[in-house]
Structure formats: C-alpha cells, structure tokens
Design a binder for this molecule. Structure first.
Ligand SMILES: [Ca+2]
Length: 343
C-alpha cells in the first residue's frame, strides 16, 4: 500500500507503479552516471544544474509545451521563446483550461487554443502539432479527461526511443498530462513531468498548494505526484516569481518589429491586470512560465534540489527548483529573440 506522509493509504489502484520502479531507476542511473547516483544518495545537488531534465546533452531537449495560454501574458512569451530556443525542440504545443479565472469564458481551452494557433501562424510554424486539450478539469484522480492533447502526449511518449524521455512542460493545470498518464500508464517511464506551480519554502520544507495552476486542477497534479515512478520536476511560484520583465526592455527588443514581436507587446499592453493595484502603468510583469522554459534549456541557470513531496501526497522525493539566475535567464531570452527577429 502506498502511503502519504501521515501514513495514510493512497488508493491509486495502480500495481504498475511498483513494476516499473526498477526499470526507471536503472535508466536514471544510466543517464546520469556517478553524479546521478551520488545526488540520488545524498538527496541534494551540490551545483547548479546537477539534475538532468530529460535528454539534456548535446542534442536539443525534446518537449511538449502544455499551456493555459488564454489566462495571462507570460504563456505567450514562454511559447514563443521555446519555439526558437536552439537548445529545445518543440514536438507540439497543447492547450489547457483555466476555468477558475474570474474573467474565464465558458470555453477557456478554446481561448488558449486560439492564441496558440495565432502564435504558430505569426512565427511561420503552423506545421508544429497543436492539439486542443480538455476544457474541463479532472473530477477525481481516477477519471481522465480525454482530449486530442492527451492523445498526442500518449502518441509522442510511445514514439520516444527506449532510454530517452519526453519532457512535458505544464505551464497551466496538469489536466492533459495527468489524463494521458491515466489513459496509458505504460508511458510513465518515458515521460518527465515539468510542472509550474505550488509555493514552496526550501528551508522550512513547507508546501502551499493555493496557487492558480494547481487550483485549476488539483486532482491532476496530485495524480502526477502520487504516480510513484513518474519523474516529477516542479518550478515553484516561490522561485519563478523572481523572473520579472520590464516594459522598457520589452519595447526595446520587440516594439515596432512587426509579427510575433508586436503581437507580444500588444498582449502586454491590452491585457487587463485586474489583480494588481500598484504599477498601474504595467511597467513590470512576472514571467513565471518563462522561468521553467529557461531552466530546461539552461539547467546551469537553475538550482534544483531533491525534496520531499507535499505532506498530503505520496511520500516520495520529487525535484524542485529552488533558485534561478534571473539576469542570465533574461539575457539569454533576449539574445535568442533578437537573433530570431534579425533573420
Ligand atoms: Ca500559464
């Protein structure tokens, strides 16, 4: 019986997680060698980027970006940089719901999908697959919400060669990835979940799940953490909140450049940031979603630690980003974007 931190049983009904445990550990050590073995044993990483995410190495990291694009501004910037970052290879962009937003329309996933298609079109990348996700969150941890996005994640994971992993970067609620895992548990050893969410205090080791992405589908993210053999990395809000862009730098690099550049500027300027009373001129914007994209592209710019899961989840280690090099991440972002616009 699987237990949470209080020793209470977790009713997952999934015998497969035990069967896959040894397989996954072997592949983890095969990928990471002695360094991986030592960090696994010690439980902490001595340096930035000690933990590999997916296929970090000479070839680009292959990933699916799953985004609740319609809810805010940062998803659009994160998707755009992921598409042009030479260290990444985007296998697809999937759309996610954001139904708890005060201004949410009935079809929140449709709004995310619409924006994803606009971004791909403006960048001339319509050939990148962009299936639509579920408009509904999971109602419990046993029932998936089938969607084209979940089917795509399954298909891409199954097509991943043995010994490699497909990174799924979840920039919103985890509905689509969790549904894929429920519908096809055989993909678990082939997937690395990269989740943006939760608040976490590295020193007191406390978690807070009152956070937008998590609130939009708590069942989904709980399912991912409770799936014993699923490699789970989280870029917490506590860490990503430090990545703040200035409007002046955005204007300097993007304004008047046409296409996707002015589209991103327009999103910043036209979006009604109802929750913030200071900075009425919108001179600054927190770019939560960019932090996890940059951390995967540049693991040397993010510090990751093996930490214990939240107390109400399966008691197991997961990986949390505890700090990021904000200035270096911004510098790389603009280097890559400037290079793309000059082509
Ligand atoms: Ca987002």
């Amino acid at each position: 019986m699987l237990k949470n931190h209080s020793g209470q049983g977790i009713n997952l009904r999934k015998e497969y997680i035990y069967l896959m445990e040894m397989y996954s550990r072997r592949t983890f050590f095969a990928r990471t060698g002695k360094a991986g073995l030592m960090t696994w044993l010690l439980g902490t990483d001595p340096a930035f980027g000690a933990f590999p995410v997916g296929n970090v190495g000479e070839s680009p990291v292959r990933l699916i970006v799953d985004a609740d694009t319609g809810n805010e501004v940062d998803d659009l910037y994160a998707i755009a940089i992921a598409l042009i970052e030479p260290r990444l290879k985007v296998a697809g962009i999937t759309s996610a719901q954001w139904h708890t937003h005060p201004n949410a329309p009935n079809d929140t996933v449709g709004e995310s999908q619409r924006l994803n298609e606009e971004i791909l079109s403006l960048m001339g990348m319509e050939d990148i697959p962009h299936p639509e996700g579920s408009n509904l969150p999971m109602v419990n941890t046993f029932r998936p919400q089938p969607s084209d996005a979940a089917a795509f994640i399954i298909e891409q994971a199954k097509a991943t060669p043995l010994g490699e992993k497909l990174n799924v970067v979840v920039l919103g609620p985890a509905t689509n990835l969790a549904s894929a895992v429920l519908m096809a548990p055989e993909i678990i050893p082939k997937v690395t979940a990269n989740y943006l969410g939760f608040w976490h205090h590295p020193e007191t080791r406390t978690w807070n799940k009152r956070e937008f992405n998590t609130n939009n589908d708590p069942n989904a993210v709980n399912l991912l953490i409770n799936t014993h053999d699923l490699e789970f990395h989280v870029m917490t809000a506590s860490t990503s909140q430090h990545l703040v862009f200035d409007k002046a730098e955005v204007d300097l690099h993007l304004k008047g450049k046409g296409g996707i550049a002015d589209y991103l500027v327009n999103r910043w300027e036209s979006y009604h940031r109802y929750w913030q009373q200071n900075d009425k001129e919108k001179k600054h914007w927190t770019m939560w979603d960019i932090a996890i994209i940059q951390a995967i592209a540049y693991p040397e710019l993010a510090n990751q630690s093996k930490v214990q899961s939240p107390y109400d989840n399966l008691d197991r280690p997961i990986y949390a980003y505890t700090s990021i090099d904000v200035e270096a991440m911004k510098e790389r972002f603009w280097q890559v974007f400037d290079g793309f616009l000059q082509k």
